[in-house]
Design a protein around this ligand. Structure first.
Ligand code: DHB
Ligand code: FE
Length: 279
């Protein structure tokens, strides 16, 4: 049977890609952020996952305002990135695992999550930046199942719905007959707002509360409304719902192995969290 070994949550700010391209990992501005991945690299080398299920949000590369699925699951054998206009290199393609994708899709629909199924899907910086952070030099060898959640356009899915979506994906993975070691990724956050009167808004107290409670009491966080989350974390801080979806998948004994919090990276409070999921 497949086994969920843990989850990684990380910010996905595009300028991280520029810093990598310019080899600025050890510059004073970047070092405290990049060092936060040393332990993640150690953990990946030790735990050797076979596949990653990645919760992220599309920022207009794949879905636009005219067609915006609340939840979309990739079922492709390959996911390509394209130039998004951020001035960062286009990443190499990431392999898919269509069999695992269809298993998750079938289970989600049976569980009454009416998701959109994507046999073709582009992935943007919300997938490629975390992949590059976890496997520097784009040296990833494992396939992914990307799951996209709308954080862009109202109406937005509630925190509770995203936690429950994760729980359903977790049950699906745990019933998958193949002996796979599955890791879960949630990207985005923490507090940030890119536009409007509150551009540059960051809320350290709220972020640290979220990083704390997500380990043992995600249900408490799931009671927060999307409007309150946007008020507390900024319009794009809403991306925390992707962390909650990741957390929902972890259905065993959950333990914090590592965390890093650094302000700011671009306009964002950069959080990195590694959770173990013991049977
Ligand atoms: C930034 C943060 C994001 O989450 C994003 O998708 C794009 C840009 C930023 O802080 O620059
Ligand atoms: Fe984003």
């Amino acid at each position: 049977m497949a086994q969920i070994i843990g989850g990684v949550a990380t910010t996905h700010v595009p300028s991280i890609g520029k810093a990598i391209a310019e080899q600025k990992q050890n510059d004073p501005y970047w070092k405290p952020f990049f060092r936060g991945f040393d332990y993640v690299h150690y953990w990946l080398a030790r735990e050797k996952p076979d596949v990653a299920v990645v919760f992220s949000n599309d920022h207009g590369l794949n879905f636009f305002l005219d067609k915006m699925p609340t939840f979309a699951v990739g079922a492709a054998s390959e996911y390509r990135n394209q130039d998004e206009g951020w001035g960062i290199p286009v990443s190499r393609s990431i392999a898919g695992d269509p069999a695992l994708s269809w298993h998750i899709i079938n289970n989600l629909v049976a569980d009454e999550f009416d998701i959109t199924t994507c046999q073709e899907m582009l992935v943007d910086h919300a997938v490629t930046i975390p992949m590059t952070l976890m496997w520097p030099g784009e040296k990833w060898t494992i396939p992914i199942v990307p799951i996209s959640i709308n954080t862009v356009q109202h109406p937005l899915p509630s925190l509770k719905r995203c936690l429950n979506l994760g729980r359903s994906v977790g049950r699906a993975i745990s019933s998958y007959p193949q002996d796979l070691r599955v890791m879960i990724v949630g990207t985005g956050g923490l507090s940030h707002q890119l536009d409007g009167k509150r551009a540059g808004f960051i809320n350290k107290t709220f972020d640290l509360m979220c990083m704390d409670k997500i380990v043992d009491s995600p249900e408490e966080l799931a009671k927060i409304s999307t409007h309150d989350l946007i008020r507390e974390a900024g319009a794009q801080g809403l991306e925390f719902i992707l962390w909650l979806a990741m957390r929902g998948c972890l259905n065993g004994k959950v333990k914090r192995l590592h965390q890093n919090y650094h302000i700011p990276i671009s306009n964002t409070a950069a959080g990195t969290l590694l959770l173990e999921n013991a049977a």
